[in-house]
Design a protein around this ligand. Sequence first.
Ligand SMILES: [Zn+2]
Length: 315
Amino acid sequence: MEGAAMSGTDGTGGAAGTGGGQEPWQWDEPTWRGHVGAVRAGRPLRPARWPGGARAAVALSFDSDHETIPLRNDETHPGKLSQGEYGARAGVPRVLRLLRDRSVPATFFMPAVSALLHPDEVRAYVDGGHEVALHGWIHERNTQLTAADERELALRAADTLESLAGRRPVGIRTPSWDFSDHTLAISRELGLAYDSSLMADDEPYEILDHGEPTGMVEIPVEWIRDDAPYFTMDRFTSSRPYTPPRGVLSLWRDEFDLAVEEGGLFQLTMHPHVIGHRSRFLILRELLDHIGAHDVWYATHEELAAYVSRECPAG
Ligand SMILES: [Zn+2]
């Protein structure tokens, strides 16, 4: 996830200008086809049935960014950092209690720096039967890094999570869903089973690398199914929430209801420092009440990726 606006201190080295100095309207056909074809949605991974004959799959995720959003933005003052600290101190215990009470598994995507700041939290995720997966080193913006830096941070993050969680992560969500031209190659080098940063479908699909099947599963996300854009507020910019929590509940319920109607996947991205506040936590509880009235299969992203891979063999 990403907070609001760019901080203004890091607006250099973006991914613009990849067309060899030409304006986009000057590109020849191989150039624009090349950009589009680099990372693409391949065959749908839509099983004929969900485990137990469930009417939909439900994959809940929490990005435990905590202090890493302000740190990534070079905002090191205690005020901003305390907003992230809230996620670890107040949000996570509330979320874990709810998941335990409802026997619902979830995936926690955690920047390595956040995991190093809160090692007990990583152990609580593992002890609770949840999945811990990659979310960058310090919530860096991948498209502003060189390939070598992005790779080094990803490898270091994987080693860090492995040592803290006792198990090597098998999936990644890029920080801020910022998927660079190099991200897929790095994720493949890490041998990851899935990515959860792209948005080409509602249902899981196989990722194509320059037209070639990778065997890697995409569990697609969307800002619609993310708490941050609805609730994030920044004191010094015009970023202000405009959707009340119960409006967000209504949106997410509609997303879920249609997933049930289509027999598909309902995937949700939340943040302990965002959804963990009382008036918002209430809508998560009510959403789980609503989901719980249906016959669904709850899965971690890892379990979901393994299931659709197995049920939808290639060829
Ligand atoms: Zn994040």
